[in-house]
Every structure is written in structure tokens, then in C-alpha cells.
Design a protein around this ligand. Sequence first.
Ligand code: GAR
Length: 188
Amino acid sequence: MRRLAVFASGNGTNFENIVTACERGELDAEVVLMVCDKPGARVVERAAAHGVATFVFTPKQYASKADYEREIVARLDAAGAELVCLAGYMRIVGEELLGAYGGRIINIHPSLLPAFRGAHAIEQALEYGVKVFGVTIHYVDAELDGGHIIAQRAFPYEGNDIEELERMIHATEYPLYIETIGKLIDFS
Ligand code: GAR
């Protein structure tokens, strides 16, 4: 059984989807740690409901990004994490974390990268008028939403309803993240 860590900053539906896939045996893995940079985030409740250990921190309480990332690395090491899955973790990963876990950190992003990087990808794609949307899973490097692409899935959408589009994005993300994690842990 592989040991996963999941990082999230907000609602945490992708986190919960990964945990549920592990619980159901759809992934031969266990989520050993959930890392969150927003103490009030809904994902913290979701982790508690599933009995997943957490490291929840407030970045401003640390002198620097390197300081809080050193703490994260210590927690990952202690939990024996083998693969780190970012799932709505809205921070750029820095040198400490990449130095320790580089090549073992993946991210899911709600656009067809390299188009529409950053925190508002869905809104930007809609404003741009794109007709084919999608999601990307990629290795994380020092560049925002950069790194080698592992998987992508696209779908057509010609409407203008952001909530409907967000639902479609999420419905695309959930199975793709599970399939991709499954392939990565099978090969490693
Ligand atoms: C997901 O759609 C994910 O792709 C996105 O945040 C959402 C989190 O939803 N990530 C990014 O935008 C990263 N740049 P969730 O908290 O319900 O899983």
C-alpha cells in the first residue's frame, strides 16, 4: 500500500475523492497526511470526518516560506509519504519542498495547460471565450503550474455559466486524478 499526502487550501472535494478511492480499495494506497495552509478551510473538516492526520498551518506565523516548508518536509518524512498530491493547494511550492520531494509532487489544475495558469483559470478561460475546456495533471516544479504534463482530459462547453462549468471541471478531475495516481503508484 502506497502512502499519499494530499495538500489543499479550500473546499477539498478532490481530497475527499482521493480518500474515498483509498477507502474503497480503488487505489492501493492510504492518505497518511493532509496538509492545509488555511485553518478554517472545509477540507480540514473533511479530513477529520475520514480520520486522516493533518498538518494545518498559518504561513504568516513563520518567518519565511523556507521555514514553513521545512516543517512540512518534517511532517511528510514522519508520515512516510511517498507521493504528494496537490489538490487545490493555492501556493507556489518552494525550494525546500522541491529539494526534498521533487519528482514526487503532482498537481491538478483546472485548465488545459500551458493555457490559463494561476488561481483563476476557469474564469479566465471563460472570459477568453474558449470552447474546449479541460484539466491537467502535472509534475510540480519551481514554475507556477509548470512541470511535465502527465495527463489531460478535455471537454467541449459553449455555455456561459461558471457554476455549471465548475461542476463539469470537477466531474472531469475526480476520475482523472484517481486513474493517474493509480498509474503512478503501479509503476513506482
Ligand atoms: C480544483 O478544481 C483544482 O483543479 C484547483 O482548485 C480546485 C480545488 O477544488 N486548483 C487550482 O486552481 C490550482 N492552480 P476542491 O478544493 O473542491 O478539490
